[in-house]
Write a protein that binds this ligand. Sequence first.
Ligand code: 2P0
Length: 351
Amino acid sequence: MRSEHPAITVARSPEQDGTRSATAVAHPNIALVKYWGKRDERLMLPWTDSLSMTLDVFPTTTRVRLGPAAGRDEATLDGAPATGEALRRITAFLELVREMSGSDRRAVVESTNTVPTGAGLASSASGFAALAVAAAAAYGLDLDATALSRLARRGSGSAARSVFGGFAVWHAGRDAGTDADADRCSYAEPVPTADIDPALVVAVVDAGPKSVSSREAMRRTVGTSPLYRPWAASSSQDLEEMRAALRRGDLAAVGEIAERNALGMHATMLAARPAVRYLSSATVTVLDCVLRLRRDGVPAYATMDAGPNVKVLCHRTDAERVAEAVRGAAPRASVLVAGPGHGARLLSEGT
Ligand code: 2P0
């Protein structure tokens, strides 16, 4: 609760003359060519490049306030104190920011999400992108968007992409030699795109938290799935084709590539030992509906992340028709239409 985190009074010193609090907002992104699997867990380096669209719904707003050097970092997520793994990840991230800034001050983080956390709706992407922007400002770091993307990556891989609006590609940085080179080479950047007037119809068939964290599921998939390497190889081909499809504004090709890439990713998980299965019967119901829409001549393509929820890519002009069809097929799902959103940005700074 906020009331359990009273304002901290800080004796001023030269180090503390700069900004001491900052608030930032970021949106989730949905990958059309997926990130699934890390080659370095400490540096959060992926095996493959990925490409996403940042949404204009479900923002996360995060405030970082600096306190004294003594004590611990504190965080609230939607008003409830963060504990366990969530707090550990935030603290590890703040340690990194402290290392970069030379400060040893602890922080109080207040984050509010408008999306169910841990339900495969990319709350960690918007969460760590907002935290990266707010923490960098509060600790007085002057980082450009590329550096913010690298920093956000260290909190959650997909957060590297939410630093940017619209379509973004996250480079795996696999050609780099040393750890430092790889860290420098792995960041997201905007992708040149013709106007395809895209929408993503988000069908939340289950808002509950996932049974296996994506981090653990990735680890298991990379470690045990015989399908992982073939998918990773085909994914780099998908990325090249996706870039070309976006450049020429070919929504049908973008959708086909996105759908096959997502189904392939889920196939790698199903072949893991033991299997990771995020897709549910409600997912398959929505997939059938998407197939019917295509048969009826509506370009609509599905993608799923680490959860049963389905995002359907279509033209914005078709979005209401697609949403209605999905509502009809899955009446218990909550369905909304998203468009391309902005990148992470600072809302305010203060003392
Ligand atoms: C993606 N997902 O590209 C993929 C597709 C889910 C499926 O990135 O361990 O929360 O923090 O780097 O970014 C979800 O994983 O995992 C994810 P970490 P993250 O969007």
